[in-house]
Design a protein around this ligand. Structure first.
Ligand code: NAD
Ligand code: DAU
Length: 339
């Protein structure tokens, strides 16, 4: 199979490329990535020289560049990971989220219509369902839960999902969508909760917990998400949405305390800061459909996954220290300086 993976220099896309190259050595992967602040070529260093891999720097919104790539590659499958992905940045400046997440998705699907495709897969998020109350632990997001977004980020992702379903119904484009819960693991950009807390704790810096830290996220080890996407593109049904998650709900404050314990750091580093605007309270995925229809189940427990993740950050300091010593310093000062 010839697969175009967009956003492959980012966290999940990069892990997906490593996963597919190992699992399906006969496949060819072409990574299309703009290399925004979140894209990192060193994430792809282990596969850069592989004959089964090609990297192309381009913007998914650049119609000419996207069409040119399709004319060169005639992909069987497109998996779209490319996105602006950080909720806090979308609250500061929504414009680029609308451009990349909505217009970029439309541009990719237009190319799929023009040149033909076996499958276009849209990597979406559980955030399109909004949030659940803390006092109703019996409630979960299913694929039938209404779209009800909170942030510019989740609204842009929901818009892309609606477009993808419209392209399926109107043009018969063979589309699938996955909506996954929070991922963690290697190559996670240190603006996000888990890698930020690991990096700050290792540097004995304050650990900024929003509000009271009681918000709940449903954490999944990134390789389990990659396996789900890989299954969907090969065995999923056109026009279907699949929720992906492993019933692993945790409060933010408990994650931060766990990271302190694992690293032997004092909880006195924890600093409560002003809450995120419109902060979603709880996410919780019901993954029954993907289990029933495709046999998917998570394989990595949180206890194992978080230890593997912490070990990766300890063994790959250069990867994240290069990031946090660059432009990231301005971002951090702007986001946390007067919080
Ligand atoms: P990320 O921010 O780590 O990586 C995004 C990648 O996309 C980067 O390599 C960046 O350079 C690239 N990119 C951004 N704009 C682009 C453009 N216009 N053209 C081409 N490339 C562009 O993101 P991530 O956390 O790996 O998330 C990947 C996808 O998975 C996103 O669509 C996100 O919405 C979704 N998702 C993420 C999570 C999570 O927990 N991180 C959970 C569920 C779904
Ligand atoms: O649920 C899937 C989503 O998970 C993806 O669609 C997004 O792309 C991804 O970024 C993630 O969104 P969250 O907003 O849940 O992740 P984040 O790591 O930014 O925050 C997780 C929780 O931790 C959230 O409740 C906010 C809180 N938080 C975050 C940061 C960065 C803090 O308390 N302090 C922080 O410094």
């Amino acid at each position: 199979m010839n697969i175009i993976v967009t956003g492959g220099a980012g966290f999940i896309g990069g892990n997906f490329i490593h996963y597919v190259i190992k699992k399906h050595p006969d496949d060819r992967i072409v990574c299309l990535d703009k290399l925004t602040y979140a894209g990192n070529l060193s994430t792809l260093a282990p596969v850069m020289e592989s004959s089964a891999f090609r990297f192309v720097r381009a913007d998914i919104c650049d119609r000419e560049a996207v069409y040119r790539l399709f004319e060169e590659e005639y992909p069987d499958v497109v998996v779209n990971f490319a996105a602006e992905s950080h909720v806090d940045r979308s609250i500061e400046d929504p414009g680029v989220f609308l451009q990349t997440n909505i217009m970029g998705t439309a541009t990719l699907m237009d190319a799929c219509r023009k040149y033909g495709i076996r499958r276009y897969h849209q990597v979406s998020t559980d955030e399109v369902y909004g949030d659940l109350p803390l006092d109703r632990p019996d409630l979960f997001f299913t694929e039938e839960t209404p779209i009800h977004t909170s942030s510019p980020y989740s609204s842009s992702k929901a818009s892309a999902d609606l477009l993808a379903l419209a392209y399926h119904r109107t043009y018969g484009l063979p589309v699938t969508i996955s909506r996954c819960s929070n991922n963690y693991g290697p190559y996670h950009f240190p603006e996000k909760l888990i890698p930020l807390m690991i990096a700050n704790a290792l540097n004995d810096k304050p650990l900024p917990v929003y509000g009271q830290g009681l918000n709940v996220r449903d954490w999944l080890y990134v390789e389990d998400h990659c396996r789900a996407v890989d299954l969907i593109i090969r065995e999923g049904k056109d026009g279907e949405v699949y929720n992906v998650g492993g019933h692993n709900e945790m409060r933010n404050i408990d994650i931060v305390k766990l990271i302190c314990r694992e690293l032997g750091k004092s909880e006195s580093l924890i600093t409560y800061v002003a809450d995120r605007k419109g902060h979603d309270m709880r996410y919780a995925i019901d993954p029954a459909k993907i289990h029933r229809e495709l046999g998917w189940l998570p394989e990595t427990s949180f206890a194992d996954g978080i230890r593997k993740t912490i070990r990766w950050y300890l063994e790959n300091r250069e990867w994240w220290e290069t990031i946090i010593s660059g432009e990231y310093r301005n971002y951090y000062e702007n986001m946390y300086g007067n919080r």
